[in-house]
Design a protein around this ligand. Structure first.
Ligand SMILES: [Zn+2]
Length: 301
């Protein structure tokens, strides 16, 4: 991919560099309307390089930042939404997200409530790193939206019919965006071609993120569309990919269910983890424990 790659008529993917040693880039999308304006899906990370990559693609398309009419974020994570404030400042565009994501971002800005480390059975020497991870912001600096989206809403993109599909699980207000006429669905982190996204990564919720996620997978799996994900590369075969993701999570739930009575710490220690249990620390350890707790509490349908 050079500055951008044109996926379909008026739809361009832009690789946005990510800081840190995880995934190398996120994918932002520039969508043209029939009035010559652009709409951004997920501006990317909160770095000068990331915003530069996005605005470089805008320039390569022969437009200026003032041609950006709107920004819609699939979810609040910094690698997708972190650049929002900078792109909005450069363009004066409106910002849209799902109502639940706006609520989650506001709650996270006040700090994630610490999990009950006693109930999880966390040894005393591992508690400081977990409390430090809880205290580090994951959605800092995300502006409040100008308008919120609900499931089924059509975006205000003249000449196109992009519909918001609420797909909670990865975060409480995660959105996919479906352009039925063009056979496209922007999947954010809900469905990636090879990476299995973590669940429950948007703060505490009243519902079980795994149950929420599996319900959303069914909807997306039925779409006959080219998937435009938030990382990696566009792909086809949503039915197969969503089935594999479902099985991945259900297998995990069965693994957890095979440890009745253990604390979350004891169960997690016995599970298999990419890179091994001993490699987990700080935020990755917190995430592993939280996901183990979700699986323990999840009642398979
Ligand atoms: Zn994410």
């Amino acid at each position: 991919m050079d500055r951008f790659e044109t996926i379909a008529e008026g739809v361009h993917a832009v690789r946005i560099p990510m800081p840190g040693g995880g995934l190398p880039y996120s994918l932002a999308y520039l969508v043209e309307d029939d009035r010559g304006r652009l709409h951004v899906i997920d501006p990317g990370s909160p770095t000068v390089e990331a915003t530069g990559a996005l605005l470089g693609a805008v320039d390569a398309l022969g437009r200026t930042p003032h041609d950006i009419a709107s920004i819609v974020i699939t979810h609040l994570h910094a690698d997708h939404a972190g650049g929002t404030a900078a792109v909005r400042a450069a363009s004066g565009s409106t910002l849209l997200m799902h109502a639940r994501e706006a609520e989650a971002a506001a709650a996270l800005a006040r700090g994630i409530p610490a999990p009950d480390l006693d109930a999880w059975g966390v040894p005393a020497d591992r508690r400081p790193e977990l409390l430090a991870a809880v205290a580090s912001p994951i959605a800092a600096g995300l502006p409040a939206p100008d308008a919120v989206l609900a499931d089924g809403d059509l975006l205000d993109i003249p000449g196109r019919r992009l519909r918001a599909l609420w797909t909670p699980g990865h975060t409480p207000g995660h959105l996919c965006l479906h352009e039925e006429d063009a056979g496209l669905v922007f999947t954010g982190d809900h469905v990636l071609p090879t990476v299995n996204s973590g669940l429950g990564l948007g703060g505490p919720t009243a519902t079980n993120p795994i149950a929420d996620y599996l319900a959303g997978l069914s909807r997306i799996g039925e779409l006959d569309a080219l998937a435009l994900p938030g990382h990696e590369h566009p792909f086809t075969g949503l039915a197969e990919r969503t089935a594999a993701l479902r099985e991945h999570h259900l297998r995990r739930s069965r693994e957890v269910a095979a440890h009745p009575g253990g604390t979350v710490w004891e169960i997690a220690r016995d599970l298999t983890w990419t890179g091994g249990w001993d490699s987990l620390s700080g935020f990755t350890l917190l995430s592993a424990l939280a996901q183990t707790a979700q699986h323990r509490d999840f009642v398979a349908p």
